[in-house]
Design a protein around this ligand. Structure first.
Ligand code: AHR
Length: 330
């Protein structure tokens, strides 16, 4: 591992020991890779095309020869305990920095305090954690999930402004995750600000997977039927695509009998749009690996980036689906 500057890496930096990391000690054998920085990445899982693309983006960026980075990667399988164990493992290996994509927002204080006490800076990728823990990481790079929810809400408010008794079903992401919390908050804040009259008929999680999205949609259909429901707001593509199957199996036409908003913008999501089964797509951009590696190296070398750097994202209506489909990267 390279020598690490102590400036700007958070509260625990004062306790950092160069010898503990084997830096310049000539001892080796601590998980280092020679010339480059060693970075431990605890990823949420592999629940969606978005996630797979995100893992690849980070791994490809880290693997670039000129960076000389050794990236240790752990798939948390959407399980916080697994992620905590991975972070502890990285602390024990005295990596130069830890990148954490936290599956949920709470419950990180203990392990992040351990990282801080070891003098290892933590950079959050993609998802955020709750305010109480904010001193325990240096910076977050990822989506503004509330803005994504607001974009979905803007479209719904405009589209259904004149709809009497506007009825909504919501498929939320993983319970307690930042995107589930913020996409919901942003969406309904806009409807309320614009004084749109609506009924939220039901809101349940589909855990960001197609399988669970389909199962939850089947439960919605059994419980409420689809007659008179105007909109399904699915917090990601996978759940929306699973729901489309359930709607079709119930003999209804997704995109027509019930309009559908999805978030991510995968190839499969855009194809569903081209097929007339999805009505609006809010982009969530997973391709921030290069930017992330720049930020992590900057942090290791003592930089003090902004607390949050949002990635660039767009929104897409039906008139754009066909032209945009070939541009989608995942
Ligand atoms: O945290 C980003 C979200 O996680 C993406 O919208 C979703 O597809 C993934 O599971």
């Amino acid at each position: 591992m390279k020598r690490r500057s102590l400036a700007g890496i958070g509260a625990g930096a004062a306790l950092f020991s160069l010898t503990a990391c084997g830096e310049d000690s000539g001892e080796g054998g601590d998980g280092g890779s020679g010339d480059g920085y060693v970075i431990g990445f605890s990823q949420v899982g592999a629940e969606s095309a978005w996630r797979t693309a995100n893992s690849k983006s980070v791994q490809d960026a880290a693997a670039a020869d000129e960076r000389g980075i050794e990236l240790k990667f752990d798939d948390g399988q959407q399980d916080q305990e697994k992620q905590i164990a991975a972070v502890r493992g990285y602390i024990n290996q005295a990596v130069d920095a830890i990148v954490l994509a936290p599956v949920v927002e709470t419950g990180w204080t203990d392990v992040l305090t351990e990282a801080s006490d070891a003098g290892i800076p933590v950079v959050l990728a993609d998802r955020g954690i709750e305010a109480a823990d904010e001193d325990l990481y240096v910076t977050r790079l990822g989506s503004d999930f509330e803005a994504e929810g607001r974009s979905a809400g803007e479209w719904a408010a405009t589209t259904f402004a004149a709809t009497p008794d506007f009825k909504i079903l919501e498929l939320t992401g993983t319970t307690g995750s930042a995107p589930a919390n913020d996409r919901k908050a942003g969406f309904f804040a806009v409807l309320d600000e614009k004084a749109v009259a609506y009924t939220l008929v039901d809101s349940q999680t589909g855990n960001f997977t197609a399988e669970e999205g389909k199962a939850t949609m089947e439960t919605f259909i059994t419980t409420h039927g689809l007659d008179g429901i105007h909109l399904l707001y699915a917090h990601n593509d996978e759940m929306g695509l699973g729901a489309i199957q359930a709607i079709e199996e119930a003999g209804k036409a997704p995109g027509t009998d019930i309009q559908i908003i999805i978030v991510d913008g995968s190839k499969a999501g855009f194809q569903a749009g081209v097929d007339g089964k999805v009505n609006y797509i809010v982009e969530c951009n997973p391709a921030f690996g290069e930017q992330l590696m720049d930020v992590v190296v900057d942090v290791i070398e003592g930089g003090s980036p902004e607390k949050f750097t949002p990635v660039e994202e767009g929104v897409f209506g039906p008139e754009t689906f066909e032209a945009e489909l070939p541009n989608r990267q995942f």
